[in-house]
Design a binder for this molecule. Structure first.
Ligand SMILES: [Cu+2]
Length: 305
């Protein structure tokens, strides 16, 4: 049935009014949503800001959420408006009003979505290239290195089913737990003794694969925020994979150096027999007796700190 001129005009009038109302509701909700995302939820978003890499990941989450909120709200407000105003009542047996697209609204929607997606492509690429604070394993020859002169080196050695830490700057001492000083740039050298594991210190924003015979280097810088962090294996590595986790702490610099010096002294009689650091951590190839390190290691080389 063709519409009369009168009905046409009425419908256009309605669409215009409804359009502006929907826009106003969306605008108000979006502004409220953005304030909540950036100032209420944002500071508590994972993984926190215990390190530069964690803070940078939290920033990325904030940007993504802030961009998603207005888009989501537009869909919800539009949907809710339609449900409330255009739903059929129980007794209604007639056709609904004939619908026509609004090219201008559709055009704005397409252009805006395209702009958002293009921005995200650029932003994502930049965040990947800009290594500062990414906190992921960069392999044995990192392209990006922090500028800090003094770095605390921690070798993370994974095995079924635990993590061991070696501290080359403290005589190569070994510990089963990991404490880190606040306000310090850390270099993690991650490797494995057996199968593929993954060193994931969630609150530090650090995640690096632990592969046998590979030295996977990851950097981060701790902030002044002291506290506990979790270390998990994030690669299914065997039957007790789920139990392969422990906790570490970011402590004050003085507390850390007191602890580390004590541990170094306690371990001295054992660690003097071992090199303070080797890029791989391979038991003797013969498997019997002999040194823990092969005298010739084809996969790595000793490094002096
Ligand atoms: Cu594992």
């Amino acid at each position: 049935m063709a519409m009369t001129e009168e009905a046409m005009r009425e419908r256009k009038e309605y669409a215009k009014k409804a359009g502006w109302k929907i826009f106003a509701i969306w605008l108000v909700l979006s502004l409220i949503g953005e304030v909540l995302v950036l100032y209420v939820w944002g500071p508590h978003m994972p993984p926190g800001d215990m390190t530069t890499s964690a803070a940078s990941q939290q920033f990325d989450f904030k940007v993504l959420t802030a961009m998603v909120v207005p888009v989501l709200l537009m869909v919800w407000v539009y949907g809710a408006w339609s449900l409330i105003n255009f739903h059929a009542t129980k007794t209604d047996r007639g056709d609904g009003i004939p619908l026509r697209g609004n090219r201008r609204v559709q055009g704005i929607w397409y252009v805006t979505s395209a702009a958002l997606v293009l921005f995200l492509a650029g932003f994502g690429t930049y965040e990947l290239i800009n290594g500062n604070g990414v906190g992921s394993g960069e392999g044995p020859s990192p392209i990006w290195k922090p500028t800090a002169k003094h770095m605390l080196v921690v070798q993370v050695i994974a095995q079924q089913w635990r993590f061991t830490y070696r501290w080359p700057q403290f005589g190569g001492m070994e510990t089963t737990s990991i404490d880190l000083p606040a306000d310090t740039t850390i270099q993690f050298d991650v490797t494995s003794l057996d199968v593929i594991h993954d060193f994931w210190a969630y609150q530090l924003g650090v995640k690096a694969d632990a592969n046998p015979d590979v030295n996977n280097v990851a950097y981060t810088t701790t902030s002044n925020q002291l506290g506990r962090f979790t270390v998990r294996c994030d690669e299914l590595c065997g039957i007790w994979h789920g139990a392969m986790y422990n906790y570490g702490h970011v402590v004050s610099k003085s507390a850390f150096y007191t602890w580390a010096s004590n541990m170094e002294a306690q371990n001295a009689s054992v660690t003097k027999l071992l090199p303070p650091f080797a890029t791989t951590y391979t038991p003797s190839y013969s498997g019997a007796g002999g040194g823990y390190y092969p005298s010739y290691d084809p996969n790595g080389h000793a490094v002096t700190y």
